[in-house]
Ligand binder design. Structure first.
Ligand code: SF4
Length: 222
């Protein structure tokens, strides 16, 4: 299976390129971005984050604001009334437990400890925790979103009825660490552009000969 994963990753790299890590300055910003990304598009997430940073240049200012003021600043990201108190609760936890608005302490934790800590924060599940460790700390932890879950199921890298959490654990055990970053982003791109939820464009798919879906006909094609 690992050889097959390498072949699939190489095909995707040929089409979408080798994705280069771009680490942001502050892991806490990545956490906020991850919260803002829940149930919305990348464009709306980025708009909400920009407006959030303009309204609150420091995390002290976020904590001094009401949940309503924060919600107004992140409105373009959707679910603002859920996300605003969530962000505030996370910041309050960090201040109380660590004395600072920072995630720097995660750098000295092992992967399992860091995943457990992040998932203990309000609204942070396995996918969000993996995103924070991958994008803020460069750890080879593989987040599984709906696109990856769908493409991986169709390619039978995981069983069709596996939950996203099980898919994440399975893919984590299969993907060589050096491939995680680029393979993760390229699988999402492939899911968005070609292996769409409805009517996947199998005829133009670079993974056509790797995909068992054709045994039973393409999903959504009938
Ligand atoms: S062949 Fe079709 S179902 Fe299989 S990965 Fe490509 S687009 Fe998805």
């Amino acid at each position: 299976m690992i050889e097959r994963i390498k072949r699939i990753a190489a095909r995707l790299t040929e089409v979408y390129g080798e994705q280069q890590p771009k680490w942001p300055e502050d892991p806490l910003d990545v956490l906020v971005l991850t919260v803002l990304s829940q149930a919305t598009t990348d464009a709306n997430r980025d708009r909400a984050f920009q407006s959030f940073k303009e309204a609150f240049p420091t995390y002290d200012l976020v904590m001094a604001a009401s949940a309503e003021e924060i919600a107004r600043a992140i409105m373009s990201g959707g679910l603002a009334w859920q996300k605003a108190p969530r962000i505030k609760a996370i910041l309050a936890r960090l201040k109380e437990e660590r004395g600072d608005y920072s995630l720097g302490f995660l750098a000295s934790m092992d992967d399992e400890g860091a995943m457990d800590y992040l998932q203990s924060l309000p609204g942070i599940g396995p996918k969000s925790a993996a995103c924070i460790l991958l994008f803020a700390f460069g750890r080879p932890i593989f987040p599984v979103d709906t696109h990856i879950h769908r493409v991986a199921s169709r390619l039978e890298l995981v069983t069709d009825n596996a939950t996203p959490e099980k898919t994440q654990a399975k893919i984590q055990s299969l993907v060589p660490p050096e491939l995680v970053y680029s393979f993760h982003l390229n699988l999402i791109e492939h899911g968005r552009r070609v292996c769409k939820a409805q009517r996947p464009r199998c005829d133009e798919c670079c993974l056509f000969d790797e995909c068992p879906v054709h045994r039973d006909g393409a999903p959504g094609s009938s």
